[in-house]
Design a protein around this ligand. Structure first.
Ligand code: CA
Length: 230
């Protein structure tokens, strides 16, 4: 799920970008009006988080231009301006929600997910890799049409891999997904979870490849991939 984060405050932008990436979003950061404008015209996003005070323009102009192009992209405004007129003005220009700085990160994440749920018509997005499916909002896996119930850490590992299927996911990223500090996980804990997941997934033609020193990669095994192509 792709988010365009428009924010010129470097510390805030950095924190937001990391925490949204940790929960599985693909975040593009725009620190200027002009970068955000060209990103919106050339890329498809699922949601925009928009700061109003930008060094080279006003976020409200970006929003009104977006709506003039009849885009229905969900927009969450972030603003330090807490005047009632600013809030009403932002909503009138077509924002879907707004938050006043400073805010709690968890509340922002919850609002982002609520907006996405609404824009997807109440259904989560389903990610699929061959016979494996993940409903990214219900956090539910299905394997060959049957619910795949996993212990919570195995579930977390598989979710981290599935959100980046076909790409390498580092152990650090997986540990972040499990919401535990690296010190709290035994050295080989992730390897153990991966080993257990392999036993469940390999009969269905899905494998977790180890890339030594880099991390893990979830993919269809060769046979399954060529069957899918034919
Ligand atoms: Ca700003």
């Amino acid at each position: 799920m792709k988010i365009l984060l428009v924010e010129d405050d470097a510390a805030l932008a950095d924190g937001l970008q990391h925490s949204l990436a940790e929960i599985g979003f693909d975040v593009t950061l725009a620190t200027t009006f002009s970068f955000a404008d060209s990103a919106l015209r050339t890329q498809a996003y699922d949601l925009m988080i928009l700061d109003l005070g930008l060094p080279d323009g006003d976020g409200r102009d970006l929003l009104s231009q977006l709506r003039q192009r009849r885009s229905t992209l969900p927009v969450l405004i972030l603003t330090a301006r807490d005047g009632l007129n600013d809030r009403i003005g932002g909503l009138q220009l077509g924002a879907d929600d707004y938050m006043i700085k400073p805010f709690e990160l968890r509340e922002l994440e919850a609002r982002v997910q609520a907006l996405l749920r609404r824009s997807l018509g109440g259904h989560g997005r389903t990610l699929a890799l061959g016979p494996l499916r993940l409903d990214s909002f219900q956090h539910q896996f299905h394997l060959q049409e049957a619910p795949l119930l996993l212990p919570s850490r195995e579930h977390g590992v598989l979710e981290a891999l599935m959100l980046q299927a076909g790409r390498v996911v580092s152990k650090e990223r997986i540990a972040q997904r499990l919401a535990v500090g690296a010190g709290e996980l035994a050295d080989n804990a992730i390897e153990v979870y991966v080993h257990r997941l392999r036993r469940r997934l390999s009969p269905a033609g899905i494998r977790i490849r180890t890339l030594r020193g880099l991390g893990y990669l979830l993919e269809l095994d060769g046979d399954a991939a060529s069957r899918a192509e034919s």
